[in-house]
Design a protein around this ligand. Structure first.
Ligand code: ZN
Length: 157
């Protein structure tokens, strides 16, 4: 059995800004509305496999952290990052440099801020929050970067 939550329909969304270093188009700072969809496989326990509200609460909390922020991948080897009152981000190859107020920036523990890496970030966060839900066997997460394109991953629990 599985339950599925569509991020667009269930409003598991956030808007944020990012760039993909050295990419011809996506190398410029730009924004997306993202939606996070989740599917959980497992055995029904009592009346539910899991309460939808619990899953939505977990995903919403993760979305809220990133909403209306500039997303920077902390482990991106293509960047030189300075963290003070202001954040400076220099793209090593092109020498392009952004200076941003630190309260506008969220650093992600990832190597990029692609939909793929955001998907891994969300999957990890959801898996962590679902620890102890021993009837759940598998989780699938999809991060849509706008309508019509997204990256997904799955993880056995
Ligand atoms: Zn983008």
């Amino acid at each position: 059995m599985f339950i599925e939550i569509d991020g667009w329909m269930a409003k598991l969304r956030f808007s944020a800004c990012h760039f993909i270093p050295n990419h011809p188009k996506c190398g410029c700072l730009h924004g997306h509305t993202y939606a996070i969809s989740v599917r959980l496989d497992g055995e029904q326990k009592g009346e539910f496999l899991i309460d939808f509200e619990k899953v939505k609460g977990i995903v919403n909390e993760l979305c809220d952290r990133l909403d209306h922020r500039v997303l920077i991948a902390e482990n991106d080897p293509r960047l030189r990052i300075g963290k003070k009152k202001e954040v400076t981000v220099e793209i090593i190859e092109s020498k392009k440099r952004y200076v941003l107020p630190s309260e506008d920036v969220v650093f992600l523990p990832t190597a990029s801020v692609s939909a793929e890496d955001l998907c891994k970030y969300f999957t990890e966060g959801i898996v962590k929050a679902l620890r102890g839900e021993d009837n759940i066997r598998k989780i699938q997460v999809r991060v849509d970067e706008g309508i019509g394109q997204g990256a997904g991953c799955e993880c056995e629990m």
